[in-house]
Design a protein around this ligand. Structure first.
Ligand SMILES: [Fe+2]
Length: 187
């Protein structure tokens, strides 16, 4: 009998989806799937390690205790923790699964730096994350506007657009960003 062997990306999806199902952010896998699609749009030849990083970059949110932590979106300590927790969690999973060490290291590095970039692969993930977010800016939802206020939501939109590295991603993101600002003004 043939044994079905799934790719490591499929295993990662099962692992990540399972954690988010029981988290305070159950819809995050939709953002992760969009980020994966965006990374393939920006870099059609992105290999499995890049795709895994895209699907797991926000894994830290699966361990969050509540959704309305009142911190600045660009708070350096918050961002460092968010990146570090996710990078460690996905790396541990990949090592348990016997994934190649050099690929685990690359995934760790991308997830660990997806907020600020700094090298080619981290920059691609950061850009894909921004485009994914601007395609569907979660914070325009009424519950976030109510709890955070319009000004803070605006800073999130500015942060997500402002950090984009490549011209290609900027071009794709610009109309999305402008529409999000317009939608926010109308609220
Ligand atoms: Fe993200």
């Amino acid at each position: 009998m043939l044994k079905f062997i799934s790719s490591m990306l499929q295993k990662v999806k099962q692992f990540v989806d399972g954690l988010f199902k029981i988290s305070v952010y159950p819809n995050t896998p939709q953002h992760l799937q969009r980020t994966l699609e965006c990374i393939l749009l920006l870099r059609p030849d992105a290999d499995e390690a890049v795709q895994i990083a895209a699907y797991s970059h926000d894994l830290a949110r699966a361990f969050a205790k509540n959704t309305f932590e009142n911190k600045a979106f660009d708070d350096p300590q918050y961002l460092a923790e968010h990146q570090e927790i996710g990078a460690k969690a996905i790396s541990e999973f990949l090592l348990q699964q016997g994934y190649e060490k050099n690929k685990v290291d690359r995934v760790y590095n991308m997830v660990r730096h997806h907020e600020e970039g700094g090298d080619e692969e981290s920059n691609i993930l950061m850009d894909a994350d921004s485009v994914s977010y601007l395609l569907k800016p979660t914070h325009l939802r009424p519950e976030f506007i109510q709890s955070l206020g319009k000004e803070k939501v605006k800073t999130k939109l500015e942060y997500m657009f402002g950090r984009i590295h490549s011209n290609k991603a900027k071009e794709i993101a610009k109309p999305l960003y402008e529409k999000a600002l317009e939608d926010l003004r109308k609220i």
